[in-house]
Write a protein that binds this ligand. Structure first.
Ligand SMILES: [Zn+2]
Length: 238
């Protein structure tokens, strides 16, 4: 029971961190798989990340059907989360966001590639999913399980999937891990946009991509980074 309370608290803090770091604006969401019931996940009701509290957290089946018996309005794009939990047993937390600096990499052939030691966590291959390939003209939002499963297929075993003209979805083994991965996916996009106009960019090598994540999401580093970002967001006392 304590573990669930802890996970819900981390979801609230993650929302505040994403809002404070400019990863999420009015939109964007964070979920966590229920450790006791892996076919279910926790996510806030439809609310902006900077406002989410523990009382807003709802629980859903992977299909997106609500378990919480009330009439709170869920996120229309919650299916993104369930489809990834279905496809990836190793994933226990998911973040979806529309950070502006990510978007250029969703609409061009320039891949998002890690270029500094803190961003190796995004992985060597960041696939781009285009909803139009299978679903034609849509609002670009993921509003049902069919679309979400197609996106999860494009994610494959990667850490991050970019969504054409829309945003990105980031995966992790815990809420803390996925939050840091989402923050540094955003950092990498900003740095790559700054570096590319200056000339040929030296990206991390495959070996460096393997060795660098420990310095961000290894147990010691992760605790330090989480405390730092939580305090910066004013969420450390929640
Ligand atoms: Zn979205």
């Amino acid at each position: 029971m304590f573990r669930i309370t802890e996970i819900k608290r981390d979801i609230v803090i993650a929302n505040r961190i994403l809002a404070h770091e400019g990863v999420a604006d009015a939109f964007g969401h964070v979920s966590a798989r229920n450790p006791g019931k892996p076919e279910q996940y926790f996510i806030s009701r439809s609310r902006s990340p900077s406002l989410v509290t523990a009382a807003d957290i709802m629980e859903f089946h992977l299909t997106g059907d609500s378990i919480s018996k009330d009439d709170r309005k869920p996120y229309a794009e919650r299916h993104i989360h369930g489809a990834i939990y279905e496809a990836r047993p190793d994933v226990h937390a998911v973040i979806h966001n529309h950070a502006h600096e990510i978007l250029p990499f969703t609409v061009t052939k320039t891949p998002l590639r890690p270029l500094v030691h803190t961003t190796g966590v995004i992985g060597g291959h960041v696939p781009v999913w285009d909803i139009a390939d299978r679903f034609g003209d849509t609002s670009l939002l993921v509003t049902d399980m069919d679309q979400a499963r197609d996106m999860a297929k494009a994610l494959g075993d990667a850490r991050v999937v970019l969504m054409r003209g829309h945003g990105c979805t980031v995966t992790g083994a815990s809420v803390r891990e996925v939050t840091l991965a989402a923050v540094y996916t955003h950092v990498n996009a900003k740095l790559q946009l700054q570096a590319m106009p200056l000339g040929n960019v030296t990206y991390l090598s495959p070996g460096e991509i393997e060795k660098t994540p420990e310095a961000l999401i290894g147990p010691l580093a992760m605790e330090r980074a989480w405390d730092y970002y939580a305090a910066r967001a004013g969420a450390d006392q929640l």
